[in-house]
Design a binder for this molecule. Sequence first.
Ligand SMILES: [Zn+2]
Length: 258
Amino acid sequence: MQGYILCVQKQKNEDVIVRILTQTHIATLYRFYGARHPIVHIGRKIDFTKEYNGTFMPKLRNVVHLGFAWERDVTRLYVWQHFIELLHQHLRDISSLEEQYFSILDSSAKRLASQNPKRVVLEAYAQILHLEGRIPPLSHCLICDQLLESEPDHNALESLELGYLSSDTSASLQALQESREATLSTKLDHRAHTCPITPPQHIANIAVLRGFLSAHTACANAATLPYTKLESYLRTASTIDLDDEELERAYQVLLLGL
Ligand SMILES: [Zn+2]
């Protein structure tokens, strides 16, 4: 069986628990210390077998590293491993999954040989958003809930700021984002059966929050990207329209979490 190592969790006596994304599921396996050539590292593609022997967790056995030449390039390896960590967080409660996750990782790993690693992982992320049906609509401001093409709702902003004064800022923002995401998904479900969203083409820049959710630039202290370029990236899963500076800003948004 082949898979990509999502997580390596140290146990007592240098043993490790390893989570591996395969074509059909995420395997959680136990590996005893003692390998002469430790090859179990996050992000690596391996061939392996599971050994069931009645213990609490199957063992990881017969590991073969299916290496890529780019793994010797520290920058590429770092970007890849960081993306895999984010993906593991995103899939932490999942055991069975669609084959496309493996395909996306496999094609991305091959492209890392020659392409900018940040472009590769951003495009992989957009493919995952497509797979999960989570492409942000880029129609409303997540903070004030108005259309992006409308003016920000200052009353909403003021009440938010009062909320910040009385409680922990990051917790408030987190709670706000979660509640707005819930509302947004309800709206999206509704719209999917009614009409497509008309993109507000005249908007220049928008603020981009975790998950590439959108806000007015006046409403959020966040990275900004040109609307048309962000829309193109999310729709086509290609970063070709983003210049290097925009790519870096998009990458920082990706690092906030999948
Ligand atoms: Zn707003």
